[in-house]
Design a protein around this ligand. Sequence first.
Ligand code: GRF
Length: 202
Amino acid sequence: MLNIAVLVSGGGTNLQALLDAQKSERIHSGRITLVVSNKAGAYALERAVNAGVETAILPKSKDESPADYAQKLIALLRANQIDMVVLAGFMLILDAVFIRAYEGRIINIHPSLIPAFCGEGFYGLRVHKAALERGVKVTGATVHIVNEIADGGPILAQKAIDVLPNDTPDTLQKRVMEQAEWVLLPQEVEKLACRLGKEKKQ
Ligand code: GRF
């Protein structure tokens, strides 16, 4: 069985969608065996504990280089025999050392239709604020493979959501999460796990 780690920093609603999908066997080609947070108080950790999944806290200190942090993370994941990594609201940009160690096996969810409103500085509510300011009529979510360019890896799936006349960043974020992110991420995690699982057996 393929071991999946989910990396989080905050509330973990996407993690919850993955745990629910695992429970209902919509995710069955891999198993979420570890949740890693860079923040000690992240509610996502509680969600993991409630689902009986092992957790680890790996904070990054200010004077630690991204490459040193990446080595620590790689060591933690290897010690847990992790085959695939899901970034679900993980707020640190990962160093190339990490990307190379798990090349093609890291998946991310971004709350816009890439290439709009993505890249450095576009996270959380900022994404939805920028979409509203630009006046787009459609936004959505994108699941992609992570490479060395922020939000620049190969796109796996996108789901569009209409922007409504009275939307605020909060209402738009909520709708994108409920109707796009929580649907798309579990589907794509299952597909990638299935593909990687077949490669592992060969
Ligand atoms: C989501 O909007 C996700 O697209 C982005 O960060 C947010 C994380 O939310 N990458 P949550 O922690 O999953 O609730």
